[in-house]
Design a protein around this ligand. Structure first.
Ligand code: ACO
Length: 402
């Protein structure tokens, strides 16, 4: 029997695997996905049970520490997160340096990266206490950063966190409260928000998580690593898909135009893709999409938005696309982003906030993976190889002879 690890360590195996479709880059005990069965487990617990019975901060604890917390542990964890929700007052100046119409993701990449300058007492990754503080700071401050990026983009004053509110309610408060007007968070919307956070909390070695791990493999500080993850998440093939999916649904506009768009998605000469469809790992269904679809129905129902045309288009598109041979052959199903945009829009978020919300929810996944990686004594710097396709060795030609 070949000891594959030994062969790799000796450098006797060389694989060419663009897109890492069949290469494991690490060992991990955090999240398990069975793409054929449409199964997603965090520390062994199925995502539908966590989304139905648990809540985001409890799932954060589970991802970070490996077990569900006791009541005391949960209380202590929530209290600690709550204590860290404020941003250093000086950081406001940093926000104000951006153009007023900057995309909130651009602001988040910059602000989170800059946290290393504002909180340099938690950048030493060799110190377990500093690692822990950095984790709490990131999880606690990310909603404040996302909400402030939003407020700044619409020209409204920043709203400070309210520590008497739960994590999701506090985020909604910071996004939608305005001075001199009373804003009461609807508990049903807060629950839906919390569920969106839970469904996005972690997803093993996706592009942004792998980016965080690669950045961290060099010993970079946690804020730099998470900023790298946010930058990667922004792309339309990854976290940016939730914004793109809703924009596609709006562009389709009515049920009768669906066949035209399905034909476009199938046309290899047209770069158009049905955003919100397809997944690298799920080849049957995305279990998060099932919960998200239910949630979309509930939220629209509760808000009294009946017969929402976009939801109608989404449901009919799902029906027609999943019955089409092109989509069947390629195992393309709606992913988590297909329905999340509908809920977020119904809550009052502009499309530009969809990916920042994904980023804030995924922060705990990135941190859990980062902590797992740097706790590994055998950690090696990530250094992919390449197949060189450039010019063969040749002699330098002086400029007058070129
Ligand atoms: N619409 C139309 N065709 C598609 C779509 C789509 N959304 N997704 C994949 N395909 C086709 C490809 O054209 C390709 O066809 P071919 O074999 O005839 O060339 C085949 O399906 C396989 O597609 P790949 O791009 O090779 O699959 P990959 O695993 O690399 O990509 C991805 C997965 C990026 C998610 C892709 O399905 C996609 O671009 N989807 C739309 C964007 C999206 O929704 N992203 C969110 C992902 S989930 C998340 O990040 C939370």
């Amino acid at each position: 029997v070949l000891d594959i690890r030994k062969l790799y360590a000796q450098g006797d195996v060389f694989t060419y695997d663009p897109g890492f479709t069949s290469t494991a880059a690490c060992e991990s005990a955090i999240t398990f996905i069975d793409g054929d069965k449409g199964e997603l487990l965090h520390r062994g617990y199925p995502i539908d049970q966590l989304a139905g019975k648990s809540h985001y901060l409890e799932v954060c604890y589970l991802l970070l520490y490996g077990e569900l917390p006791t009541a005391d542990q949960l209380e202590e964890f929530e209290t600690t997160v709550t204590r860290h929700t404020m941003l250093h007052e000086q950081m406001q100046y940093f926000f104000r340096g951006f153009r007023r119409d900057a995309h909130p993701m651009a602001v988040m990449v910059g602000v989170v990266g800059a946290m290393a300058a504002f909180y340099h007492d938690s950048t030493d990754i060799t110190d377990p206490w500093q690692r822990e503080v950095a984790s709490f700071r990131l999880i606690a401050k990310m909603p404040t950063i996302a909400a402030w990026a939003y407020k700044y983009s619409i020209g409204q004053p920043f709203v400070y966190p309210r520590n008497d509110l739960d994590y999701a309610s506090n985020f909604l408060h910071m996004c939608f409260a305005v001075p001199a007007e009373e804003y009461k968070v609807d508990p049903i919307l807060a629950r839906a928000m919390d569920r969106i956070f839970t469904l996005h909390a972690d997803h093993e070695q996706n592009a942004s998580t792998s980016t965080v791990r690669l950045a961290s493999s060099s010993g970079a500080n946690p804020f730099a690593c998470i900023a790298a993850g946010i930058a990667c998440l922004w792309g339309p093939a990854h976290g940016g898909a939730n914004q793109a999916a809703l924009e596609t649904l709006k562009e389709i506009g009515s049920v009768d135009r669906i066949p035209e768009y399905i034909e476009r998605a199938k046309d290899k000469n047209d770069p158009f893709r049905l955003m919100g469809f397809g997944h690298r790992v799920y080849k049957n269904f995305d279990p998060r999409a099932t919960v998200m679809k239910q949630s979309a129905d509930e939220v629209l129902d509760l808000l009294g938005i009946e017969d929402n045309p976009i939801l109608q288009v989404a449901k009919e598109l799902e029906k027609q696309a999943t019955a089409d041979q092109y989509f069947i052959d390629r195992k393309l199903f709606p992913n988590v982003d297909f329905y999340s945009g509908i809920i977020l829009e119904a809550m009052g978020f502009p499309t530009s906030m969809f990916t920042p919300i994904f980023a804030l929810a995924r922060t705990v996944g990135w941190i859990s993976q980062w902590k797992e990686q740097i706790s590994d004594p055998a950690l090696k710097i990530g250094r992919p190889r390449q197949l060189y396709t450039g010019a063969a060795k040749r002699d330098y030609v002086d400029i007058e002879n070129r």
